[in-house]
Design a protein around this ligand. Structure first.
Ligand code: NAP
Length: 219
């Protein structure tokens, strides 16, 4: 399987990248991002890109893929709806529209979040925008599109978040997370579980197109 990852430098993306590099069934991994992953591996290639709304300059390197794991995303804290929509909706749709033309047999997996609002009309800005993004992606003619909605994620294997607020939260709660995971096993996942679940869903599919945290953990 050939995989392209967007946001492989983030907390979720680093976890997915790790599992892809470890998985013997994954032949090549392409990371597309604005920063380098800092990793060296025979399977890994990287494109450092600046324009996440127009992929025409790198289109020739984006075909031949079986799966895309779209982990690029930001916290909405302090962002206007327009700016959050640009990074969440516009970036994801621009990438997906390019990829679906070049790889119609691709499985596209979008990392959303627990509480995303499929009605697109609720009061919470981030949830509306994630819901609108999910709905638009689910309409694209890929072989399959899945939406992952993790709740809390425990970073493993030295992985850190690029979002300062998230990282502060994970540093503070690190001693508690194993206990919370034992108490609420369905609602806390790990970067390893998330990465492995994405790989399995890309290979075997899943009965639901929107996967909540309990689905992710059960996989
Ligand atoms: N962390 C959680 O607990 C959690 C829970 C539920 C859902 N999620 C969702 O998972 C997704 C990833 O979250 P994360 O925790 O991995 O975030 P993160 O650690 O902050 O990483 C964000 C990733 O997106 C890239 N990115 C952000 N803004 C960008 C921009 N303007 N242009 C290009 N690349 C940009 C970052 O690239 P750089 O490395 O270059 O900054 C990085 O690769 C998000 O959509 C988030 O809502 C996260």
């Amino acid at each position: 399987m050939n995989v392209v990852i967007f946001g492989a430098t983030g907390m979720v993306g680093q976890g997915v990248l790790r599992e892809c590099l470890l998985d013997t069934g994954v032949e090549t991994v392409l990371s597309v991002g604005r920063s380098a992953t800092g990793q060296q591996h025979p399977k890994l290639r990287e494109i450092l890109d600046e324009d996440f709304l127009d992929y025409s300059a790198i289109e020739d390197k984006l075909s031949g893929f079986d799966a895309c794991f779209f982990c690029l995303g930001v916290s909405s804290a302090g962002m206007t709806e327009d700016n959050y929509t640009r990074v969440t909706y516009d970036f994801a749709l621009a990438a997906a529209q390019t990829l679906v033309e070049l790889n119609p047999n691709m499985t596209f997996i979008f990392v959303s979040g627990a509480g995303a609002d499929s009605s697109e009309s609720g009061r919470t800005m981030w949830a509306r925008v994630k819901g609108k993004t999910e709905n638009a992606l689910l309409r694209l003619p890929f072989k399959a599109v899945y939406v992952f909605r993790p709740a809390a994620i425990q970073p493993l294997h030295g992985i850190t978040s690029k979002t300062k607020a998230y990282q502060a939260f994970y540093t503070l709660t690190k001693p508690l997370l194993p206990l919370l995971k034992a108490l609420f096993p369905k609602y806390i996942t790990t970067t390893e579980q998330l990465g492995r679940a994405m790989l399995r869903v890309a290979r075997q599919g899943y009965p639901k197109r929107i996967l909540e945290s309990p689905d992710i953990n059960s996989i």
